[in-house]
Design a protein around this ligand. Structure first.
Ligand SMILES: N[C@@H](CCC(=O)N[C@@H](CS)C(=O)NCC(=O)O)C(=O)O
Length: 207
């Protein structure tokens, strides 16, 4: 049987980075349409046929389109079983648990903290917003620290659950994480994997 045709839509400096990392871990060939998030074409067919919200990333596997970066990665994990797969139903449930958690409790606060502490030109930073985001991150960072006793989120090996959670926390690598040493070490480990390095290089980091 021929290999499924996999297409990733979205340029690497966007959330498409999360899926680029996943595809690198899986080691499968894929076509890449590096369209920018701001491209007007993204708001019209065929892109809106694949994702009506006109956003990236999108993945199409043999004509089947799927969007939402972490849903894409969980789908790819089932479609292409690998060493990082979640195997049992319980592991898969935990994979969803971490994906929903990181998107709801961590993603926006991480963006707000980063942009207003480091990312934006100094004159445009909102120190109050950064401080509020940092305050809101205290509890989730504690949750993560407590959950990383064996160095991984699910089972005792690196899985797509670690990948998804660490991928959303890309900018947490610039946070002062001394109070959460397991989180810091885990982020470093995850982002130093071949797939993590590939994603970092693709978005222009010198690594
Ligand atoms: N929750 C979605 C967010 C997707 C998203 O907002 N993508 C941005 C790029 S990082 C985008 O396409 N923005 C263009 C727009 O909103 O018009 C995911 O994780 O895939």
């Amino acid at each position: 049987m021929p290999n499924p045709h996999v297409k990733l839509i979205g340029y690497a400096p966007s959330r498409a980075m999360r899926t680029l990392w996943m595809l690198t871990e899986l080691g499968i060939p894929y076509e890449h349409d590096p369209i920018a998030a701001a491209a007007p074409e993204l708001k019209a067919p065929p892109y809106t046929d694949w994702n009506p919200s006109g956003r990236v990333p999108i993945v199409i596997v043999d004509g089947f389109p799927i969007w939402e970066s972490l849903a894409i990665n969980l789908y790819l994990d089932r479609k292409f079983p690998s060493a990082i797969s979640l195997v049992t139903l319980e592991e898969q449930a935990q994979g969803m648990q971490w994906a929903l958690w990181v998107m709801s409790d961590v993603e926006m606060n991480t963006f707000d903290w980063y942009l207003n502490s480091i990312g934006k030109p100094e004159a445009e930073r909102d120190a109050a917003l950064a401080a509020k985001a940092w305050e809101k991150l205290q509890k989730p960072l504690g949750v993560l620290e407590a959950s990383l006793a064996n160095g991984h989120l699910v089972g005792n090996r690196f899985t797509v659950a670690d990948l998804n959670t660490a991928a959303v926390m890309y900018r947490a690598r610039w946070m002062p994480l001394d109070h959460w040493p397991r989180v810091k070490a885990w982020l470093d480990r995850c982002w130093s994997r071949e797939g993590g390095l590939a994603a970092r290089r693709a978005r222009g980091e010198q690594v």
